[in-house]
Design a protein. Structure first.
Length: 109
């Protein structure tokens, strides 16, 4: 982006993002608790919409139904709810980020 080539980055947003294994949001009820979760990178628009749908359910409105209702949460082999593999993945991507930054600094004029 040539228009911002001289602009220095002062701040950046960081955060952790949760993804479901099927990469789809889930909405439903378990043990009397309504939930909407797993927005997979679409948190702002999807959480607003699903929150509205949950509110309609609380009010007993049939328009609270969605195509995402009550879907099962898929899993993966060797995953028991404890993400033991995440430190390894974070380390790997940290390595890739440092490598790419080093390459970018070498390529900079």
């Amino acid at each position: 982006m040539p228009a911002v080539k001289d602009v220095r980055i002062g701040h950046c947003w960081t955060g952790q993002m949760g993804f479901t294994f099927d990469k789809l949001p889930h909405i439903g009820e378990r043990d009397g608790v309504l939930y909407a979760m797993g927005y997979c990178g679409t948190g702002l628009p999807m959480s607003t919409w699903l929150g509205h749908k949950l509110a309609l359910r609380v009010l007993g409105d049939k328009n609270g139904a969605t195509g995402l209702d009550g879907r099962a949460f898929p899993t993966r082999p060797f995953y028991t709810g404890n993400p033991w593999f995440l430190p390894l993945i974070v380390q790997w991507y940290g390595h890739k980020d440092r490598r790419d930054l080093k390459r970018a600094r070498k390529a900079a004029p």
